[in-house]
Design a protein around this ligand. Structure first.
Ligand code: FAD
Ligand code: SF4
Length: 526
């Protein structure tokens, strides 16, 4: 496949419709493409230096977006559609997306600028403003990729004091008739088999886990690599192990491969972590889903079908379906409900800068070294690694939420604002005050020891709360409990956490506080 194949002629301006396809809207069923007329309309796709630099992006994240966009442009051109594609070159001027769009609008003078609703709140504002400033009517098409529209979620949330994913998920199961009996009851008698899905690996290790299909970079991807190595040299991360699906055909292969080989072990070890198994039994489908290369309906159907065919236990199929039909849709709903306030949420008023080693993995804490190390290698860490290792450390250390959000947005190939921000702000940092979580997700180093082999190679001891080898996670966990004891004791879900602290003597509290302060004063050297 070549990106430099024949381009179809762009109609002479003024155009009737200019259809903008954003970098995470790479599917042919994009509603803005419906009714495209080759004689009067054109498609516009923009690679933007401003987007690549908005945060200090991992090289693999830039590569995935640019490669998938270029492959999609080839697919559009193959349909005979006129596609104007602004390609970044080594020496392209460092323009912002809106500037590039404005230039095109001035040159093409379309009657309407049409696009599917962006996933990103700020992008939605920018598009409206740019079109308005140039007197072009913006036509925004609702995004049918999701199983729950923004309006449906707002309706579900209306009047609820607390937003809880579990209730939303049950509604979604009923509404979409997924794993549902004719009488409306959940298949297997339970909505949720999470209790079966929390096991760590045995101490002997995870044993053999089928490797996911790797997609070797083709000529288009290699050209993107070359651009990145020259233009974004100093950016974090590596490209050597880049093997992500960049086309719909590849994404479908990845889905089938997961459903057949790793879904059967997905649920039980979902939360487990191990240095030699960075991917675990996980699907690695988030990036393909977020780029719209995969439709969540087909992903849910593949898991349900694997269970129906007897290839996968119900707990695994349900556990996986809950992530897609439940968490993914719920998180998007919360994002659109709570933006832009979500971007400023800082419940605990945390303001410390992010330690530099978040960008290098150069720390003595073996858990952080392992998770950040694999993140830099692959652009990937699974949910519990993000939540209970890098995320909870940022919470316990009092790092400013915007700095943490920028890091998560930069370093994961699947990162897009609408998923990353609620997960980071709401779930990992509790910065929105428990809007959709009933308590902060925190635990001592003992939890990490139970769920991984990280502590085996660590200079610290997970059970130690004082002394030179005290585990920073454990110390900061206890320090958090002590500092927030009065608040914790007031909520039913957090009161049990506070009870641990009540048992501490005055001297123990003092000692933990001092130990924590020493760590916090030396965060960059941990
Ligand atoms: P699997 O474990 O195989 O899960 C299957 C699918 O379920 C995922 O592909 C994903 O589409 C969906 N899913 C699971 N959990 C969530 C969740 N909490 N929110 C939304 N969807 C979910 N996910 C992103 O796609 N982009 C992000 O930028 C992102 N940032 C995160 C930041 C933090 C701090 C945390 C705690 C989680 C974040 N997640 C994000 C959610 C989750 O960690 C990833 O979706 C998951 O690790 C991707 O790997 P996978 O495809 O192998 O997932
Ligand atoms: Fe992490 Fe503490 Fe275990 Fe070290 S001892 S790996 S810092 S949890």
């Amino acid at each position: 496949m070549s990106f430099d194949g024949p381009a179809n002629a762009i109609p002479t301006p003024p155009l009737r419709r200019l259809v903008l396809v954003l970098g995470d809207q790479l599917w042919l069923d994009n509603p803005a493409l419906v009714g495209l007329d080759r004689q009067r309309d054109a498609v516009l796709m923009i690679e933007s230096d401003g987007e690549a630099r908005a945060v200090w992006n991992h090289k693999a994240r830039i590569a995935l977006f640019l490669s998938a966009m270029r492959h999609f442009a080839v697919a559009l051109r193959a349909r005979g559609w006129p596609v104007l594609y602004e390609r970044l070159a080594f020496d392209s001027p460092p323009l912002k997306f809106q500037e590039q769009l404005a230039r095109r609008l001035r040159a093409l003078r379309p009657q309407t600028l049409e696009y599917c609703e962006p996933g990103d709140w700020a992008m939605a504002q920018d598009l409206q403003n740019t079109a308005q400033a140039l007197g072009v009517r913006a036509v925004v098409h609702p995004d049918p990729h999701f199983l729950c529209s923004i309006g449906q979620f707002a309706q579900w949330a209306r009047g609820r004091r607390e937003l809880r994913m579990e209730f939303f998920y049950r509604d979604m199961r009923r509404r979409h008739r997924v794993l549902l009996e004719p009488d409306g009851q959940p298949t297997g008698g339970h909505w949720n088999f999470d209790a079966d899905n929390r096991a760590g690996y045995p101490r002997s290790g995870p044993g053999p886990i089928p490797e996911p299909t790797r997609f070797a970079p083709d000529a288009i991807t290699l050209e993107v690599f070359d651009l990145i190595q020259r233009r974004y040299t100093g950016h974090p991360g590596r490209l050597e192990r880049f093997a992500w699906p960049v086309t719909r055909a590849q994404a479908l292969v990845a889905l089938q491969d997961f459903a057949q080989h790793r879904l059967p072990g997905f649920g039980r070890h979902q939360d487990a972590m191990w240095t030699t198994a960075p991917l675990g039994w996980h699907s690695l489908l988030s990036a393909a889903l977020n780029l719209h290369l995969l439709d969540p309906r087909e992903v849910v159907a593949a898991a349900a079908e694997a269970w129906r065919a007897g290839r996968v236990p119900l707990a695994d199929a349900e556990g996986f379906i809950r992530q897609i039909l439940g968490w993914r849709e719920f998180i998007r709903g919360v994002y659109w409900l709570d933006m832009p306030a979500l971007a400023h949420a800082n419940f605990f008023g945390h303001d410390r800068p992010l330690p530099d080693w978040y960008w290098t993995g150069d720390t003595q804490m073996a858990c952080m070294r392992a998770v950040i190390g694999q993140t830099l290698d692959l652009g990937y860490a699974h949910h519990i690694q993000r939540l209970m290792v890098t995320g909870q450390f940022a919470l316990l250390a009092g790092i400013a939420p915007p700095a943490v959000c920028d890091w998560y947005l930069a370093v994961y190939v699947d990162a897009v604002d609408w998923v990353e921000r609620p997960n980071t702000t709401g779930m990992a940092l509790y910065a929105n005050g428990g809007r959709f979580t009933s308590k902060p997700y925190i635990a001592s180093g003992q939890y990490i020891r139970r769920m991984s082999n990280y502590c085996d190679g660590c200079r610290y001891r997970p059970q130690a709360r004082s002394g030179d080898d005290a585990c920073p996670v454990t110390v900061l966990f206890w320090n958090f409990l002590i500092r927030h004891e009065r608040w914790l004791v007031r909520q039913p879900r957090t009161a049990p956490m506070a009870r641990h602290v009540t048992r501490l003597s005055h001297a123990e509290r003092l000692d933990t506080g001092e130990q924590a302060q020493r760590l916090l004063d030396n965060l960059d050297r941990l």
